[in-house]
Design a protein around this ligand. Structure first.
Ligand code: 1MF
Length: 184
């Protein structure tokens, strides 16, 4: 994945747990790079190693860290110059969720080594929809839950997210029921 992802992991851990904890996690993960370059492409196993090491060092389940990271990612990329792209991809949360492939296609035009996941929506109602998530990568469903919650905050539409299909349980893809938290 692009270095931007590893940088976001680093920033989340440094700001919440401090530089020393980050150094321990990096060492535990066997990561030697001094700093991650946003536009460089890194092997996925490096990112997974960081999450596993963080889980051991912080004594938190990897899924919980991934969900927190998903929320962090929406705020982080907003600050890193992708806020415009997010807002240009949908006028509200529902529109954005239905346009995630379009968003990734635009990023992929510039960054050719992007391996984007694919999303589509079904059961679309005013306060609820089902988001289907297909990915070449495994184990990142908790991150998607955090992403959707983070986007909900960004758009001023807080949401509840429940996973209704799970690859870990043998389903062929992951899916989430998303409900607007308040009657908006
Ligand atoms: O292949 C990749 O490197 C990659 C990196 C990030 C693929 C996807 C993403 C974003 N994605 C992370 C979870 C991946 C899960 C999976 O592969 O199954 C989050 C996708 C997402 C889902 C819901 C809502 C919003 C989402 O993301 C918005 C987004 C997506 C990509 C970027 C920014 C915001 C992005 C922008 C620039 C990138 C890489 C990703 O590359 C850069 C960055 C800086 C300088 C040069 C290149």
């Amino acid at each position: 994945m692009y270095g931007l992802v590893n940088r976001a992991v680093e920033e989340m851990i440094r700001t919440r747990f401090g530089d020393e904890t980050w150094a321990r996690i990096k060492a535990e993960a066997g990561v030697e790079a001094e700093a991650f370059v946003r536009m460089d492409s890194y092997p996925d196993c490096l990112t997974y190693a960081l999450v596993e090491a963080a889980s051991r060092v912080l004594e938190q389940p990897a899924g919980r860290l991934l969900e927190a990271f998903g929320e962090y990612w929406t705020l982080y990329t907003g600050q890193e110059g992708y806020g415009e792209l997010l807002r240009a991809s949908g006028r509200d949360l529902w529109e954005l969720l239905q346009n995630l492939d379009g968003l990734h296609a635009r990023i992929g035009l510039v960054y050719e080594r992007l391996t984007p996941p694919s999303f589509h929506c079904t059961d679309i109602g005013p306060d609820s929809l089902v988001l289907h998530y297909h990915s070449a990568r495994e184990g990142l469903a908790p991150m998607v839950i955090g992403l959707v919650k983070g986007l909900g905050q960004l758009f001023g539409t807080p949401v509840h997210v429940a996973q209704i299909l799970d690859r870990v349980q043998g389903a062929d893809h992951d899916a989430f029921r998303i409900r607007a938290a308040a009657a908006a």
